[in-house]
Design a protein around this ligand. Structure first.
Ligand code: DP6
Length: 327
């Protein structure tokens, strides 16, 4: 069988996914919108062979836990079931971002794995079908498959919960300046954390407001309006963290440097620079701005006490195959 290698980017959500309608199928409570990140990608090579006696999964340069191996083999089982083939795979994976930067690798990881495994086993699926399958591996992974800016339709059942590109990566040359403020692995994963969403008194309020925000974010991107886009994404990130902090048990993902970076962003805006933050399930801060302001924002952020490193991202292509393999 053929060997396939796929590169998939991580993505940053502008309208966040937090909470599931179905845990088993990873069907979210709400639609979400994201941008692919050029500076954080996973490369995965997959080869199936009837000569293999079991799946062989390795991460180049990193250790991999039993739990991670199990999540990957379960996903390979889904691919085998669809293809009606009982053959094992060799999988080698590498991340472009240094280990321990706190960047979530499940989105880029499951996007690369799904695209590579389905092609290597010779399944000819549409992009929509591949996003559905990747979503079952890790929800946000479905948004790393389409080009540029993705819209994940929540749907009500598995077959209508998929992601598609609504504008390509070339549409708008903006930046995501990722300020890494902690390299520790988070204690509570997104999967575990969002299981308790319904214990927050504010979760329904947040979900009710999302359809309107989805429309406004798409409009802002289509009009290339950084101030409108920025104010909605900041509001949505704060609203998601508000739900997280009021869940039982409460989840506080921010640290002192997170707050200093947020204040730094407010200070930049007070000086007239359009810069806006968004934060996922961790303390690291993503600053969204135009390419014109990249340099000044990077310089300002370097000065903040506690910022360990900075990764500058542009919008980029979604998961795609390449010709150089990892084995
Ligand atoms: C806070 O996609 O990692 O980053 O579906 O359980 O694998 P699972 O969760 P995951 O959750 C991402 C949550 C988030 C917001 C977002 O990316 O939309």
């Amino acid at each position: 069988m053929i060997k396939i290698t796929v590169v998939a980017p991580a993505n940053i959500a502008f309208i966040k996914y937090w909470g599931k309608r179905s845990e088993k199928f990873r069907i979210p409570l709400n639609d979400s919108i994201s941008m692919n990140l050029s500076g954080a990608a996973t490369t995965t090579t997959v080869e199936f062979s009837s000569a293999f006696e079991k799946d062989d999964i390795t991460f180049s340069g990193e250790t991999i836990s039993e739990k991670e191996i199990e999540r990957i083999t379960t996903h390979l089982d889904r691919v085998r079931r669809i293809a009606h083939k009982k053959i094992y795979a060799r999988v080698v994976t590498k991340n472009s971002f240094p280990k321990g930067t706190g960047i979530a690798s499940s989105a880029s990881g499951f996007a690369a794995l799904t695209v590579a495994a389905t092609q290597a086993i010779d399944l000819r699926l549409s992009e929509k079908a591949v996003t559905i399958l990747a979503r079952i591996g890790s929800g946000s992974a479905c948004r790393s498959i389409p080009d540029g800016f993705s819209w994940w339709h929540a749907g009500k059942k598995s077959s209508d919960s998929y992601a598609e590109s609504f504008v390509p990566s070339t549409w708008w040359d903006i930046r995501d300046i990722l300020c890494v403020v902690s390299t520790e692995a988070k204690k509570i994963s997104s999967t575990e954390g969002m299981e308790n969403i319904r214990t927050s008194p504010y979760w329904q309020e947040r979900i009710l407001g999302i359809p309107e925000k989805i429309g406004r974010v798409q409009q802002a991107i289509k009009e290339r309006n950084i101030n409108t886009l920025g104010s909605i994404i900041e509001e949505d990130a704060i609203s998601m963290h508000c739900v997280m902090m009021t869940q039982k048990p409460p989840l506080f993902y921010w640290n002192d440097t997170t707050l200093r970076v947020m204040e730094g962003v407010y200070a930049l805006r007070a000086k007239g620079f359009p810069a806006y933050f968004t934060i996922d399930a961790g303390p690291n801060v993503h600053i969204i701005c135009r390419s014109e302001e990249e340099q000044i924002i990077v310089e300002e952020m370097k000065r903040i006490n506690g910022v360990q490193s900075i990764i500058v991202n542009e919008p980029c292509l979604g998961a795609h195959s390449i010709s150089s393999h990892l084995f």
